[in-house]
Design a protein around this ligand. Structure first.
Ligand SMILES: [Fe+2]
Ligand SMILES: [Fe+2]
Length: 374
C-alpha cells in the first residue's frame, strides 16, 4: 500500500491509460488531510416508531441497486461521438459554435469530463459528510438513515468514477469553490449545518444537475446511471427536509439567521463560482470575466442554471431558512420566484416506491423532459 499525502489540492488533469501488467500494488493513494471537531453522540433509546424517516430508510434498503450488475456498461458513446444531444449542439452560441466539428468534439469531451469530475468529487464529499452524520445525528432513526445514505454515496462515487475512466479516460481536479464549500461542511462542528449544507443545498442542486444531465446527454449509459443516482438523491433530500424542519424550530432567531445566511452564500457559490473557466480560457484565449459574461448572456445556459434552484428554494422555505432578511438577496439573484415550487417535504411515495425503470423508459422520460424546456 502506497499513500502519498498532499499539502494542497491537486490542480492537474489526470489521464488514464493504465500500463500493461498493472496490478493493485501499483496503486498510489493520494490523500489530503482535513481535521474536524466532530461532536458525536451515542443513542441509548432504540425505540422505533413508524415515521417518514423510517419509511425512507426502508425504501433505501429495498431500492438498493448494484452498479456492477444493474447498469449496462457496454451501452455508451464512443470517443468519436458528441457527448450532448444534437438538438442542443444546434442551439449552441458563442465561440464554441464556430469551431469545426472535430475541435468542437474535442472541446466538449473535455468539458463533459470536467462536469462529471465535479459530480465525482461532490459524491466523495457526500460520502464523507454522510458518514459523519452517522456519529453526530442525535436520533436513532437518523443514524440508521445516515448509514444507508453512506452506502448510497459509496455506490455513487463508484459508478461516476468507473464511467469517467471507461468513457472519457480523463478526470479533472475539484473546482476550488466546490472544495471550499465541502471543506466548510466537513469541518464545521455543528451537525445541523452539515445537514443543511449537504442534504439541502449541495444535494438539492445535484439533483437538478443530474436531471439536466439525464435530459441532455447523448450517452444511454450515463442516462441510466444518473437516473438511478437521482432516485437515491431524491430520498436524501427528502430526509433532510423532513428532519430539519422540526429541528430548526428549536433554534433561536439569531441561530436561524446565521444558517439562513450560510445557505444564501452557499447558493451564490454554487450558482456563480462553480463554472469551468479554465477550459474556455485555454481554448479561446479569453479572460475569466469575459467567460463569466458570456455564460451569463447565454440564454440556454442561464435557463438551466436557474432550473438548478427549483428544488432548493421551496425546501429552504419549508424548513424556515428563507427568512425576511435573506429573501431580498435571493430576489436579486432572480431565484426567489422558485420559492413556491413543489417542496420535497410532501413526499410522493408512489414516485419513490416505483421499481427501478429500464433503459427505454429512462430514455423516453429524458427526451420528454428536454422537450418541455423549449
Ligand atoms: Fe450521491
Ligand atoms: Fe446523496
Amino acid at each position: 500500500m502506497k499513500i502519498t499525502e498532499l499539502k494542497v489540492t491537486p490542480t492537474e488533469l489526470r489521464e488514464f491509460d493504465l500500463p500493461e501488467g498493472f496490478e493493485a500494488k501499483h496503486i498510489e493513494d493520494i490523500v489530503e488531510i482535513f481535521n474536524t471537531p466532530l461532536v458525536g453522540s451515542y443513542n441509548w433509546d432504540y425505540t422505533d416508531a413508524d415515521t417518514r424517516i423510517k419509511k425512507l430508510y426502508e425504501l433505501g434498503k429495498e431500492l438498493n441497486w448494484n452498479g456492477s450488475i444493474d447498469l449496462d456498461w457496454d451501452n455508451h458513446i464512443g470517443k468519436d461521438e458528441f457527448p450532448m444531444k444534437a438538438e442542443l449542439i444546434a442551439r449552441m452560441e458563442g465561440p464554441l459554435s464556430m469551431l469545426p466539428d472535430d475541435q468542437k468534439l474535442e472541446y466538449m469531451r473535455h468539458d463533459t469530463a470536467w462536469s462529471l469530475s465535479q459530480f465525482l468529487h461532490g459524491e466523495q464529499g457526500a460520502l464523507l459528510v454522510a458518514s459523519q452524520l452517522v456519529s453526530c445525528a442525535p436520533t436513532y432513526q437518523a443514524k440508521l438513515y445516515a448509514a444507508s445514505q453512506t452506502f448510497d454515496e459509496a455506490r455513487h462515487v463508484e459508478v461516476f468514477n468507473k464511467y469517467i475512466r471507461k468513457v472519457h479516460g480523463m478526470e479533472y481536479p475539484i473546482n476550488k469553490n466546490l472544495k471550499a464549500l465541502i471543506d466548510k461542511i466537513l469541518t464545521d462542528p455543528r451537525w445541523d449545518l452539515k445537514f443543511i449544507g449537504m442534504q439541502i443545498i449541495i444535494e438539492g442542486l445535484a439533483l437538478a444537475a443530474f436531471q439536466t444531465t439525464k435530459e441532455t446527454t447523448n450517452c444511454p449509459l450515463l442516462r441510466q446511471l444518473v437516473h438511478y443516482v437521482i432516485r437515491d438523491e431524491a430520498r436524501h433530500v427528502t430526509f433532510g427536509v423532513n428532519y430539519l424542519e422540526e429541528f430548526l424550530q428549536t433554534l433561536t432567531e439569531e441561530e436561524v439567521e446565521d444558517r439562513a445566511m450560510f445557505c444564501y452564500e452557499a447558493c451564490v457559490i454554487m450558482r456563480d463560482r462553480i463554472i469551468n473557466t479554465e477550459l474556455p480560457a485555454k481554448w479561446f484565449n479569453m479572460s475569466e470575466d469575459d467567460i463569466r459574461e458570456l455564460i451569463a448572456n447565454d440564454a440556454t445556459n442561464d435557463q438551466f442554471r436557474n432550473l438548478l434552484f427549483t428544488r432548493v428554494l421551496p425546501n429552504l422555505k419549508r424548513i424556515g431558512l428563507l427568512t425576511d432578511k435573506v429573501k431580498p438577496l435571493y430576489e436579486e439573484l432572480g431565484l426567489l420566484q422558485y420559492q413556491d415550487s413543489d417542496s420535497d417535504f410532501e413526499i410522493d411515495w408512489a414516485e419513490l416506491n416505483k421499481p427501478l425503470e429500464d433503459v427505454e423508459e429512462i430514455d423516453e422520460q429524458a427526451q420528454a423532459g428536454l422537450s418541455s424546456h423549449f
